[in-house]
Design a protein around this ligand. Structure first.
Ligand code: ADP
Length: 741
């Protein structure tokens, strides 16, 4: 009986990029399970108004929407839904459509409203029966309303999920804006005060400030102590004195002082003008932050939570508490909806009552950590001096990855801050052997946070044989006490070799740490490596363009992406762009697969499909190359569709690092410097590699490296994202027998 009832989905409150990807996933997951699904247009207003504001959606209705910002089903504020009258009407409208399950995508207001509605449901149904608007028999089929919430909010202000839908895209907008302002500000030696969104949440301001390399940040959760105006001016003055040409102050719209008085962007500007004689300008980013195409992360994350929302609804019983589906550490999580809403509201309550310590405590651990890191990085000059100065060398090894420069900037400054002498090595181990080593000062890395590529240069050389003695000699000659290798697979191999040869070469007995930087995301001990998010965004943007180039014909695109033997970029870009098929080395390609895929494609085009996107990892199969696959498709597709290939190549390695890569590069660099400092203080010489495991920074002993990797295919033995492949496929491949469900 319950199976015939449908799912309703609405977006409510502020719109957020990624809502469309969530909608697509909700609709297609429901359809693939044979459950009818309805869009409720214009949020709760549509639910109260009913009629054609509630319409069934088919598989193709949600095709080609993932790259679009905002929400295609609209959102609105609705006063009536705050009244029982309004909700009574809404219940009648849902039942008229056979809906008793809801996915609500919105902020805390929307989710609170949904929960009120759910709790009232049986009394609303009873009232409809009493007033003769509903028959007893029909009412009996709708004993409860199942509810699940997804958080759509650019502010990232929600308990129960690491990231809300839209926050990463907003950060992309903010970071791009700050980058642009930095270049003009530097030309005129100007100061910009940049106001970003966030009434009770400083996430966008803080992360934007870190990603943009700003000088000062003001957030609601941690107001500055009184006298902050003077301290801010002193800091900016010191920055200028040490050679900075521009200053950027980022302020959240909800910033306030310790007494709870709002701090406006204009007030900051006046302070700068009056106390520093600065030509300061204010830029309020406003709704630009909300709009625009969703980032790769907002597409794949929203896809996963949309999928999980339907799975959750389909297993709901009258007793089950509504859940909030979120992401923690790249995994889907579910937690009681109202608990999350309450915890979220606690932050605003704490801020409004001046309990800032509690407000900071309610934020995640990494938020506090990042606040401290920002303060250390933005102080214009090194803070600490040590009695015993150590010399730490930085070098790259392996392919270039966006975010390497960001990591170098953070490591140099945080190292200097710890009182170390920081040395930079040019061109990896080649440069180390050739003695291309310089001392690096604070200002030398100014502006590096936003730069793509690898300013220091890198090489793929893994020292072996005679090299080892040369490396030992260089380490001795330059009195290097500690080594930070920011790089990919070859960097890890090199570090491991030095570690193994410690008995032979005394100079290798220094603390060594590797920071994962590779677009391939093929490094052990880290769920993500620096550069992978930027590469993913580059691929997804390229795929958007490729898809747009085929408007009028029936066409299959086969796109080859990088990753060596690691399928991360292929799978995640496939999921973020709705590719029908993704070929990975981890899963292999067989003739049977190809045959089935051709069949699916033919079926699709016969049913009116116009475009098919296939992604192939560059090393997916030695013999079934991109050309071979294209030839097969072409021959079998004949008159039905044509085939084009695109090999994306090196555009995937370039580009300014994404906000996520900048933030994580900074976070990891801070931990690496901390690790080296501790080792040097203790006089020990651990060798390690660092990374994210379950979202937390973890340090592994280099000795573990061989046990954690598949040496033949140069990738980690465990890859968390592989289990997402079936979901990506299920949402892209229509099963025609369930059509019109
Ligand atoms: P957000 O969901 O982004 O926090 P709002 O707080 O404006 O945005 O909520 C959006 C809509 O959700 C409101 O216009 C209203 O229809 C509904 N809503 C919000 N709070 C409640 C509530 N307490 N009870 C019923 N409906 C609510």
């Amino acid at each position: 009986m319950m199976l015939s009832t449908g799912i309703g989905v609405l977006t409510s409150g502020g719109d957020a990029p990624g809502m469309n990807a969530a909608l697509r996933a909700v609709v297609r997951t429901a359809l693939s399970r044979g459950v009818p699904v309805y869009a409720i247009y214009e949020g709760y207003r549509g639910m109260v108004e009913g009629g054609d504001r509630i319409r069934p959606l088919g598989w193709d209705d949600v095709g080609g929407i993932m790259h679009r910002g905002g929400t295609i089903i609209g959102t609105a504020r609705c006063r009536e839904f705050r009244t029982r009258e309004g909700r009574l009407q809404a219940a009648a409208n849902l039942i008229a459509r056979g809906i008793n399950r809801l996915v609500v995508i919105g902020g805390d207001g929307s989710l609170t409203g949904a929960d009120t509605f759910r709790r009232e449901w049986s009394s609303l149904v009873a009232e409809l029966v009493e007033t003769g608007k509903l028959s007893r028999d029909t009412a009996a089929q709708y004993p409860f309303l199942a509810l699940v919430g997804l958080v759509g909010s650019i502010d990232n202000d929600f308990y129960g999920t690491d990231m809300t839908i839209g926050a990463d895209s907003a950060l992309h907008r903010i970071t791009a804006a700050i980058d642009a302002l930095v270049s003009t500000a530097a030309s005129h030696q100007r100061t910009f005060v940049v106001e970003v969104m966030g009434r009770h949440c400083g996430y966008l301001a803080l992360m934007g400030a870190i990603a943009g390399g700003a000088d000062y940040v003001l957030i609601p959760e941690n107001p500055p102590e009184s006298g902050w105006e003077d301290r801010m001016c002193t800091l900016l003055r010191a920055g200028r004195a040490s050679g900075r040409r521009e200053s950027i102050v980022v302020i959240a719209e909800g910033a306030r002082d310790r007494d709870g008085n709002p701090i406006s962007a204009d007030y900051v500007r006046r302070v700068l003008e009056e106390r520093m004689g600065e030509d300061a300008r204010v830029t309020i980013l406003g709704h630009v932050q909300r709009g625009g195409t969703p980032s790769a992360f907002d597409r794949w994350m929203s896809t996963l939570v949309g999928y999980a929302a339907v799975e959750e609804l389909l297993s709901a019983t009258p007793e089950s508490e509504p859940q909030l589906i979120g992401m923690r550490y790249h995994r889907i999580t579910r937690q009681p909806l109202m608990y999350c809403v309450e915890q979220t509201q606690q932050v605003a309550i704490a801020i409004n009552s001046g309990d800032y310590q509690r407000a900071m405590e309610l934020r995640s651990g990494s938020f506090k950590e990042m606040f401290q890191t920002f303060q250390a990085l933005s102080s214009a000059l090194p803070g600490v001096t040590r009695a015993r100065k150590s010399r730490i060398a930085l070098l790259h090894a392996g392919g270039p990855a966006p975010g390497m420069n960001t990591a170098v900037r953070a490591a140099v400054r945080l190292g200097l801050n710890q009182g170390h002498t920081m040395l930079v090595v040019r061109n990896g181990f080649d440069g180390l052997i050739a003695g291309e080593i310089d001392e690096c000062e604070w200002q030398a890395v100014d502006g590096w946070g936003a730069m793509g590529g690898a300013e220091l240069g890198t090489s793929r050389r893994v020292p072996a044989g005679e090299d080892l003695a040369a490396v030992a000699q260089a380490l001795t000659a330059h009195r290097i006490d500690g080594l930070l290798i920011i790089g990919g697979w070859n960097g890890y191999q090199a570090a491991h070799r030095l570690y193994q040869e410690r008995a032979t070469y005394e100079p290798f007995n220094i603390p060594i740490i590797c920071l994962p930087a590779s677009i391939n995301n093929d490094l052990p001990g880290s769920e993500l490596s620096i550069g992978a998010d930027t590469a993913l965004n580059a691929i997804v943007e390229a795929l958007d363009r490729i898809k747009q180039s085929a408007v009028a014909v029936r066409r299959t695109f086969v796109v080859e992406v990088m990753g060596r033997y690691c399928g991360y970029l292929a799978l995640m870009s496939g999921m973020a762009s709705g590719a029908e098929q993704v070929y990975l080395h981890e899963e292999g390609i067989t003739l049977d697969n190809l045959r089935a895929d051709i069949q699916t494609m033919i079926e699709g085009f016969r049913h009116g499909k116009r475009l098919s996107l296939i992604i192939r990892n560059e090393y997916a199969n030695r013999l079934y190359t991109t050309d071979v696959i294209c030839a097969l498709f072409e021959e079998e597709g004949k008159d039905l569709f044509d085939v084009r290939r695109a090999v994306l190549g090196h555009l995937q390695q370039g580009g300014s690092p994404s906000p996520y890569d900048r933030i994580q590069a900074t976070r990891l660099a801070a931990r690496c410097i901390h690790f080296l400092s501790e080792e040097l203080d203790r006089g020990t010489a651990a060798a390690a590699f660092i990374g994210f495991v379950n979202g937390k920074v973890r340090v592994f002993d280099l000795g573990e490296l061989p046990h954690m990797v598949d040496a033949t295919y140069r990738r980690p033995k465990e890859q968390w994202w592989l289990e997402l492949a079936p979901i990506a496929r299920a949402l892209a491949q229509q099963k025609y027998d369930t059509r019109g469900a």
